[in-house]
Design a protein. Sequence first.
Length: 254
Amino acid sequence: MSDLANPYEKFAYAYDRIMYNVDYPRWEEYINDLFLRNNHQPQKMLDLACGTGQLTMLLAKRGYEMWGVDRAEGMLKIARQKTEQLNLTIEFQQGDMRDFDLPQKFDTIVCTYDSINYMINEQEFETACRNVSNHLEISGVFIFDVTTERNIVKHFHSQTFAENDQDYSYIWQNIYTYADKLCRTSLTFFIREGDLFRRFEEMHIQRIFGANIIKKMLNKTGYELVSIYDMYTFSKPHRNTDRINFTARKVREL
């Protein structure tokens, strides 16, 4: 028998170790290159869906006043611990990108690593865009990325990943359906508790959004599209693009 957990609550335990290959310094450098390219000078920034705070902390080290929001308290607990160890000042708050409510606005909001794809339909995506807008100053910048259907089909669909470690094991299974453009990921964890391992399960669902839908939604929710790039480049997305980066600017209140 296993316990069903909300996405990333138990994944948090080993997230940084499982995702060791994610090049966060490269991601942080790319975001700063986008700022320079668009003559944008951030001061107060929100990292939305910040996870364990890897990117948040790199941005804080660069001198930005950072806040982080994530819906998984398990991820935030680790983020707070790491921030304290590094003697950084970052405000972390629990919240869903669709309805988080912070007492201030920001000049920049970033939402990385396919987090937008967790909005499973256009209505949820629109709600998230509106809530981000509510927390942005006029002319504030919203930077986010989405995974592509090519990436999901080539690297995840019908594939199973597994790993054993001294204090945890996991099985990661993925199924993508073209009809609804949803990737369903079943994660089974076995986490050591004393001499035994407790089993937990998480179900992750991600929706693929085409560029045209995203452009339409940004326009509808008060943004102008500044750029759309193949990830880590300043080139247009192409047939082999695995992740697309969007930069949008808030131009009107809703």
